[in-house]
Ligand binder design. Structure first.
Ligand code: PDD
Length: 282
């Protein structure tokens, strides 16, 4: 495949694609983004990602420069042109390029870019490695439902987690309520019930999270979108992270505590069911 980029109607090789040094996304983090998985040449849940992009853009008062259906056909064309079979589309929308100022520029057009990159094809469910996680304070703002390019708190926590030998940091607010991961949503089985933080301003409403919630319904597994505390998490029998790139990823240990099973029985069922969703959508 070719790592291809699209900027405002034109295609470029990713290494040659350029935007202005005064782009507000670059200077000020004034933008939003999406990451969309491509399985077997087909973007997975593209419409759901585009609807979230629109909601993020609205929340920071950027007008989408194109209709959603045109952005969708451009994404499909990009995947096709670059012969992307297994990979992802990265899409970013910024307020555009203008003389640096905290105020929104008056006559600047938003800049939409997208590019594709390859990923390894998905592994067999049996080969998915449970991962270690650590808990760290959630130092982000109060509008985490916006998929903003301002990712510094996420990056710092992820780096700290990696340096502690973990793949993900599970974040908690000052009152010790667990919110989500640095790049994933977190589920835990506490007292026999599947729990995950409600989709409010404190988390990103993950597309994978939504799929998992509907799978839980289909499988008649009782769940509750009710936040849990660090203390409750420490009693969990199972936990897993969900995201576009992590899919449904079992958590093996949180801090120094090993979970009793990873993947546990519920997570195993979800991993298999998620594979069926992928198969149905490719
Ligand atoms: N991250 N929470 C956060 C903070 C995220 O950054 C992500 C996704 C998710 C899961 O969302 P979804 O299921 O829609 O991918 C939850 C992407 C993949 C990233 O930044 O790379």
């Amino acid at each position: 495949m070719e790592n291809l980029a699209w900027i405002d109607g034109s295609y470029y090789n990713l290494e040659e694609a350029k935007i202005s040094i005064e782009d507000r996304g670059y200077l000020l983090g004034d933008g939003v983004y999406e990451v969309i998985r491509v399985y077997k040449g087909k973007p997975f849940y593209l419409d759901a990602h585009l609807e979230r992009l629109q909601r993020s853009a609205e929340a920071i008062r950027i007008d989408l420069p194109h209709q959603l259906r045109d952005i969708s056909s451009t994404a499909l064309e990009l995947v096709d042109k670059g012969r992307c079979v297994e990979g992802y589309i990265y899409m970013q929308l910024t307020r555009g390029s203008a003389k640096r100022d905290h105020l929104f520029p008056a006559d600047t057009s938003p800049v939409l870019v997208m590019y594709i990159r390859g990923l390894e094809p998905i592994q067999a469910v049996e080969d998915i490695q449970p991962v270690k996680a650590v808990t760290l304070p959630d130092e982000r703002w109060l509008n985490c439902y916006i998929k903003s390019t301002n990712l510094l708190p996420n990056l710092l926590a992820r780096q700290k987690a990696a340096e502690a030998g973990a793949v993900e940091a599970i974040l908690y607010r000052q009152d010790e309520t667990v919110t989500e991961g640095t790049r994933s949503n977190i589920f835990a089985v506490i007292d026999g019930q599947v729990r995950t933080h409600p989709a409010n301003n404190l988390i990103l409403p993950g597309i994978t999270r939504d799929i998992v919630l509907s799978l839980l319904k289909d499988l008649s597994i009782h769940f509750s979108e009710k936040a849990f505390s660090l203390k409750e998490l420490s009693t969990a029998d199972e936990a897993w992270a969900t995201s576009t790139t992590m899919e449904v990823n079992p958590i093996l240990a949180i801090n120094e505590n090993n979970l009793s099973t990873a993947p546990g029985p519920i997570c195993s069922r979800l991993m298999a069911a998620f594979r069926e969703v992928i198969a149905k959508n490719t």
